[in-house]
Design a protein around this ligand. Structure first.
Ligand code: AMP
Length: 245
């Protein structure tokens, strides 16, 4: 089994992960982190709960920790489909970057622009944003995207479900200079495939097989209820009764 050191992560991050009690990288981390540290584009097929957030945040922190932020010119952008996910990602970022001077800002809807503007004016390294609010700041001239070096798109399938692909496309078109793009999605539909083909040349694909995402402690079984009982019955009811036995 790989260790975090084997993946090429620096000591200061390994120390942080140690204090968090992370003993070994998850499959998606082991597959994505070494490539991401080399600056490669990554398309990751991975669901929530697999450790995908650290798979893109740890390389971002490693690759950016030596530079300095400039006013209104962030160096990395993480796009999330929902405010809740964005809030979770920034929480993880704050934890993982504890031993660095990197700063971050959360740009999400439903909160006032004032505090977000203030942070941007001071200069932040990493922006974690929902697409709509990022474009609002961009069109108001409060943020420049020309300094973005690494872009991560989290839960791209949900972006699609929520109708954000036009916004994401607009953002991608505004940052042709970006050297590294990382996209994670639970499923890769035709639309997501089209997006990655257009904007993420030579992306390295990371696919975590279904079996690897299911913990060993969970027993799985498949029951054809209709065949078993020979009649149509309520599946939820059956499940409750079945679990009681
Ligand atoms: P995610 O799939 O990114 O939402 O992560 C799921 C959970 O796993 C989060 O609570 C993380 O803190 C945790 N986690 C991520 N990587 C590891 C690891 N290598 N070892 C233990 N826990 C981890």
């Amino acid at each position: 089994m790989n260790t975090f050191k084997d993946l090429g992560l620096p000591n200061f991050i390994i120390e942080t992960l140690d204090t968090l009690g992370y003993k070994n990288p998850t499959s998606v981390q082991a597959a994505a982190i070494p490539k991401a540290l080399l600056g490669k584009n990554i398309v990751g097929l991975s669901q929530t709960g697999t450790g995908k957030t650290a798979a893109f945040l740890l390389p971002i922190i490693t690759n950016l920790h030596k530079g300095r932020s400039r006013a209104r010119m962030p160096r990395s952008l993480v796009l999330c489909p929902t405010r809740e996910l964005a809030a979770q990602v920034i929480e993880n970022f704050t934890t993982y970057s504890e031993k660095t001077k990197l700063s971050s800002a959360l740009l999400i809807g439903g909160v006032s622009f004032k505090d977000q503007d203030k942070k941007l004016d001071r200069g932040v390294d990493v922006i974690i944003a929902t697409p709509g609010r990022l474009l609002d700041h961009f069109s108001r001239g409060k943020i420049m995207l020309t300094g973005i070096e690494i872009l991560a798109i989290d839960e791209a399938d949900k972006m699609l479900d929520m109708g954000f692909i036009p916004d994401v496309t607009k953002i991608l078109e505004s940052i042709p200079q970006v050297q590294q793009k990382i996209l994670f999605s639970a499923t890769i539909s035709d639309e997501i495939e089209k997006l990655t083909k257009k904007f993420m040349k030579d992306a390295h694909r990371v696919e975590i097989s279904r079996s690897a995402t299911v913990t060993k402690d969970v027993n799985q079984s498949l029951i054809f209820i209709d065949k078993l009982t020979n009649k149509k019955i309520n599946k939820n009811q059956f499940l409750v009764e079945y679990l009681k036995t």
